[in-house]
Design a protein around this ligand. Structure first.
Ligand code: RIB
Length: 305
C-alpha cells in the first residue's frame, strides 16, 4: 500500500463575499460578489495532500444538512477516503469570509458538526490512524480530540503534524511531546510562544521557544516572506515564490497539505518546504479555499515569474 496522509479535522462550507475592504465594527458595506465554497482547514489540507499526490483519508464530522452532503462529496471527488467522515444531526461547520481588494481576508467560523468530533468518535476510527504514515491536525475541532490524535499518533510511531490554526492562546503543554512538525503562521507562533513575531529574527526566537517547549521541528509560515524552519540545531529561511495574490484563503492549508504529501513521497524536509511553498503560492493566485488548491502537475509546471 502506498504512503498515506490522514487528516483529523474540520469541514466547513465557506460563505465568501468580496468587498473593496473589510468592514469596520457596526458598518455595512456593499459587496461585489458572493459564493459558497467548500473549505475548512482540515478538509482543505486533505484536498491539498490528495491533489498533490498523496493517498489521503479524512476523519471528521459533517451535519445532516445539505452542506454536509456537498462537503463530503467534494472530498470523495478528490479520491479521499471518507469512511471516517460521519454525518451527525444538525448543521455543518460554516465560515463567514470577507476578502478585500488587497487579497486579505477576515473569517468567522461556527463549528457546527465539527464540534461533534469527540475523542470517542475518533476512537471509533482508530484503524484510520493505524494506517497513516503522516497524521495532520488543526484546531477547528475540540481540543480534547486534537490532544487524543496527537498522543495516539505518537504512540503508533507516526509522523505527527500540528497546524495550530486558528490559535489565540498557548497550547496544552503535554501536546508538544507528540508533535514532529509544528506549523504555525506568524500570529499563531506569537500566540503559542508568548513572543512577538514580526520579522525573521523574532520568528527565530519564537521557534526556539516552541522547540524548548517540546515541539520536534517548527516551520513558521511568513506569508510573502516565505517560511522559517527550525530544528533545535539551526534555522533555514525559505523565501516564497513571488506571485500576484488574489485571495490568500487556504494558502496555509495548501502549504501544510503539500508539505505532508511531499514528505510521504520521500522528499527531504527542505524539498518538502519548497514544494509546499510553490503550491501555496499558486493557491493565492486563485479565489476560494478548495477551488484554489493546485494539482501536482500545476506545481511541477510552475516557473517563477
Ligand atoms: O484556512 C482557510 C479556512 O479557514 C477556510 O476554508 C475556512 O473554512 C476556515 O476554516
Amino acid at each position: 500500500m502506498s504512503a498515506k496522509v490522514v487528516v483529523v479535522g474540520s469541514l466547513n462550507m465557506d460563505l465568501v463575499t468580496r468587498a473593496s475592504r473589510l468592514p469596520r465594527g457596526g458598518e455595512t458595506l456593499i459587496g461585489q460578489s458572493f459564493a459558497t465554497v467548500c473549505g475548512g482547514k482540515g478538509a482543505n489540507q486533505a484536498v491539498a495532500a490528495a491533489r498533490l499526490g498523496a493517498q489521503v483519508s479524512m476523519v471528521g464530522c459533517v451535519g445532516t444538512d445539505a452542506y454536509g452532503q456537498v462537503l463530503r462529496q467534494a472530498l470523495l471527488d478528490e479520491g479521499i477516503d471518507c469512511r471516517a467522515v460521519s454525518a451527525v444531526e444538525g448543521t455543518s461547520g460554516v465560515a463567514l469570509i470577507v476578502v478585500d481588494d488587497n487579497s486579505q481576508n477576515a473569517i468567522v467560523i461556527v463549528a457546527g458538526a465539527n464540534g461533534a468530533l469527540t475523542p470517542a468518535v475518533l476512537g471509533c476510527f482508530d484503524a484510520a490512524l493505524q494506517e497513516a504514515d503522516v497524521i495532520i491536525c488543526q484546531l477547528e475541532i475540540p481540543d480534547a480530540t486534537v490532544g487524543h490524535a496527537l498522543k495516539r499518533g505518537r504512540e503508533l510511531g507516526k509522523t505527527v503534524i500540528l497546524n495550530p490554526a486558528p490559535a489565540s492562546r498557548p497550547l496544552p503543554q503535554e501536546w508538544y511531546a507528540s508533535i514532529d512538525y509544528l506549523i504555525p503562521n506568524e500570529s499563531e507562533a506569537a500566540a503559542l510562544s508568548g513572543l512577538p513575531v514580526d520579522s525573521l529574527q523574532t520568528a527565530q526566537i519564537a521557534a526556539t521557544r516552541l522547540i524548548d517547549m517540546g515541539a520536534g521541528k517548527v516551520i513558521i509560515t511568513l506569508g510573502a516572506q516565505g517560511s522559517l524552519f527550525a530544528d533545535g540545531k539551526g534555522f533555514e529561511h525559505f523565501p516564497a515564490p513571488s506571485v500576484k495574490a488574489l485571495d490568500t484563503t487556504a494558502a496555509g492549508d495548501t502549504f501544510v497539505g503539500g508539505f505532508a504529501a511531499a514528505l510521504v513521497a520521500g522528499m527531504s524536509e527542505a524539498q518538502a518546504i519548497r514544494f509546499g511553498q510553490v503550491a501555496a503560492a499558486l493557491s493565492v493566485t486563485r479565489a476560494g479555499a478548495q477551488p484554489s488548491i493546485p494539482t501536482l502537475a500545476d506545481v511541477q509546471a510552475f516557473k517563477t515569474p
